[in-house]
Design a protein around this ligand. Sequence first.
Ligand code: SF4
Ligand code: SF4
Length: 143
Amino acid sequence: MRKIFIDCPEQIPCNPCVHICPVGAITIEGSITNLPKGNKELCTGCGLCVAACPGQACFLVDTEFKEGFASVDFPYEFLPLPTVGMTVKARDNEGQTLTDGTVEAVIQRESSHQTAIIRISVPTKYAYLVRGIKPITDFVKAL
Ligand code: SF4
Ligand code: SF4
């Protein structure tokens, strides 16, 4: 099952993730500049925080997506959007390509304005390393 994974490195006054979560699965203890914590037990995998986080620091990870593969949901603000079934370059938090991934879902909600959520599958060992993909525009130009 998809569960919250937060990679929020900067201690800045920010908390949309806390307010948008309908089940209280994200908390910031004490000062608003402290880092948020995600509670996997409470998280329902709705994805609202993924699209709402201005720092693109909220992800959903399912380490049991299918045998040998995990799924990772991340925010995506480029156009064109990828399409389901497309092979993409999965990148880490420094923009380095880790592995190929397969697009499993493209989720757009009216409430999320310009931010779509992309779900890709990758080999399980990359589950907590993937932060996004190489934008499709770059991908097309490189072909
Ligand atoms: S995915 Fe939904 S339930 Fe889980 S932490 Fe984010 S907003 Fe809360
Ligand atoms: S909304 Fe995003 S950047 Fe802001 S505290 Fe939450 S995880 Fe960090």
